[in-house]
Structures are given as structure tokens and as C-alpha cells.
Design a protein around this ligand. Sequence first.
Ligand code: GDG
Length: 462
Amino acid sequence: MSRLIVISNRVSAPTKEQPTAQGGLAVALTAALREAEGIWFGWSGETGETGELKFETYAGVTSATIDLPEQDVEEYYEGYANRTLWPLFHYRLGLTEFERDFQGGYERVNQLFADVISPHVEPEDLIWVHDYHMIPLGWLMRQRGVSNRLGFFLHIPWPPTDLLVALPDHRRMVEALFAYDVIGFHTREWLETFHDYVVREMGGSVGPDDLVTVGGRTIRAIACPIGIDAREFISAARGDAATATYERMMQSADGRALLVGVDRLDYSKGIEERFNGYQRFLETRPEERAKVTLLQIAPPSRATVQTYQDIRNTLDALSGRINGAFADIDWVPLRYVNRGLPRDVLAGVYRAARIGLVTPLRDGMNLVAKEFVAAQDPEDPGVLILSRFAGAAAQLEGALLVNPYSPDEIADAIARALSMSREERIERWQPMFENVRDHDVIWWRKRFTNALAAVQPTEQFA
Ligand code: GDG
């Protein structure tokens, strides 16, 4: 069997300090790396100047991390990744910052990764690069003589051509993608917007079997939706910590229906719009007011970036206004928790929820929607209210789909979910549950790595 090399911005393989893999992606890749005796490369999250990889093997998985100089962290990570590509790829041109320094830092770090990783590659290795931080890495590794099968997976949306062309050097970035043999997107929608760019901007063509050709180079571009570690999450939702949380939640809800939102604090997640929708619900349906409580969990992320500080301030103010306007002596309409909770506690929170509110303005997939579905009681499941702009909407057809920009649509969906019969809730939930269970993160990993393993190394790079 070929070795698997995984490369991503951050490494979440288990280590001595953090012995269990955190989150579905980490679990899936860790399992694959253990089977294939592979290595996971990435940034350590620390600043430093040594430029050397630190190897650690723990529980059968090897990770190799590197510190980055402070300037690189600012320009590559906080700059190009978080202030240029992230907003642009989430359709937020107004929030996108275009700075040459950012682009320079991005190129420098990708060069550094190519320099330090390439010497560790063996001829039969399968190499799988992840996400927007590392788009040019494959190309740079090719320049260093790496002729292996190379795959790339994008975890965020692929933006429409008319937006992408606002990025200086957009064509060079997409050309670099053609150094990979297989590239993966979560949905057909993102795949098709990629096709559109290739045809319109590069004069390329789209063939059968997911083949895409530009000039003399043909690669496979596939839709490959990520899933969660469904088995783990279903059992976590029935475990002791989740059950204790469930009971605590039900007691504190005191007979009211619980609405739950769980998101990294990020403007793409539509938390502000969700609060506006909830406020509209409270305004327009006074008789329902004391029957509901919204719990929003939002651990801060990317806190050094100004737009993230702005969204935090906005949400602090908005949650205060909603509670100020509607709270009673014995009822608070909105509980806004600004920190993360352990995964098994989260599973209990989902299970106690009558409604899961997942309303991103744009999201590559959205795993919270799938976790919510997995955690439900099959005899009495809650209702998922899901943004039509989340990649997950293509798979979770039993959700109430909403346009998150419309407070009225969110308010109407809340009202509809509250009055939904148990029979209808089960009917909607069952096929979603089967989808989440069958298309889990292991399925996703196998679909991608099988596609990559099936590639014949091209002469061009051999
Ligand atoms: C990117 C793409 C794509 C959240 N709060 C807590 C917590 N979380 C966990 C959730 C979930 C994960 O974080 C978030 O995953 P998402 O998919 O919702 O979003 P991103 O972080 O933006 O991920 C996204 C994903 O990559 C995978 O390809 O789906 O579209 O943007 O697992 O549960 N976990 C814990 N405590 C919290 O308070 N333990």
C-alpha cells in the first residue's frame, strides 16, 4: 500500500499533549495515516525562525510541524489566507483586502513548505494537500521534482468567476491547481463554478468522467462531500456527558422549546442574520415569546483580524438589544455563549434542541448541520433549519431551507418548526440521518484517496 502524505495549514494528528484527534477531519485523516504509515505536515501554530521540521510519532501517526516567522504569520495566515482568500471565496468582496505583502507572504510560506517537505517524499507516496492556504503548493513541489500522485481538496466554496477575477494573479493561482492530478470540492455547485472559470477564463474544456483539460494538461475535478465521524457522534450523543448535558438543558428550558446555534465566530456563519430572524419571530409573534429560548454557542476565532473583532462587537450589542427588548423577570430569550464546549457536551446540547439553526451566508459544507442530525432522538427528532447557501443543503433535503438574508423567512421557519407534528419531524429527519450515517468522513476520505490512487502518473510530471 502507498504511504499517505497529508499537508494542511495546521496539523491535528494526536500528540502527547493532545492525545485524541479533535473533530471529524482529524479523526478520518488520522485513521488513514495510521493504516498507511503516513505523515501529516503543517504549521505548528507557533512563531519561530528555525525553518526546521519537528517530527513526532504518537499512537502510530507521525506529524511533522514547522514554526513560522512572525512576518509570515501576519502576511500569509492572518493576511492572504484570512483577509484575502477567505472573504473572497465566501462572496464577500467588500471585506476582501488586496495587499501585495499578503501575497508575498503566501508565496513565501508555500515555497518554504515545498522546500522542507519535498525531500521527505518517497516515490510511491500519495500526497493530499488541503485547503486554500496551500493552493500553489502542488505546483511548487512539482518544480522540486515531485512526480507523485498529488491531490488537493478545497474545504470552502469556489467563488463565481466574476468575483474570482477581482483577485490579482487569479489566473496564475488557478493554473497552479493544474499541477494536481485530482482536485475535490464539497458540492457540484462549487465544481461547476470552477468549470465556468476554466472554460471562460482559460479556454479549457470539461469532459466526461470529471476530466478537465487546459492546454495539454488533463486532471480530474470531483465533487466529494465531507461527512462527520457519524458513529462516534451518535454514540457521544448517548454517552454520559451528553445525557447529563441534555438533562441540564431540559431543566433550564423549563418546558420551553430550545433553539440552538453552534458556530465558530465568523461573519460567514450568518449569526447576525440569525439573531435578526429570531428578533423578527419575537416581534411578530408575541404569543410565542415565552415559549422559546435561543442558545447560541460561538467560540471566538481569528481574533487578531479586525473584521472578526467587528462581528464580535456587533453580536455583543445585538444580543444585548434583543434581551433588553424582550426579556421578562423569569425569561431570557437569547443565551449567547462566547466560548467553546467539549464535543460530548455539544452532542447533548444538540439532542436537547427542538430546532437547530444553521444559517450561514455561504459555507463550503457545514458540519454542524450534520452533527445536529446525528445527535437527534430517532423517536422525537428536532427540526433542522438550514441555509440554502450551505453546501450541506444539497444533501440534507429534509431540512427547512431558508434564505438567511431574510429575517421573515427565518421567523416563518421557526414558527413552522415549532408547530410541526412528530410524524413530519421523523419523516424529514430519517433520510437526513441515513445520509449523514452513510456518507460519513471515512466514506469521504476513501472516495478522494481512491480517485487519487487510480490516477496514472502523467508523463509530464514523471
Ligand atoms: C470549514 C468550512 C466545512 C464549533 N463550536 C464548537 C465546536 N465546533 C465544531 C463543530 C464542527 C466544527 O467546529 C465546525 O465545522 P464547520 O463545518 O461548521 O465549519 P468551519 O470551521 O468553517 O470548517 C466548512 C469544513 O471546513 C470541513 O470541510 O464544512 O464549510 O468552512 O465540527 O462541532 N466544537 C467544540 N466546541 C465548540 O464550542 N468541541
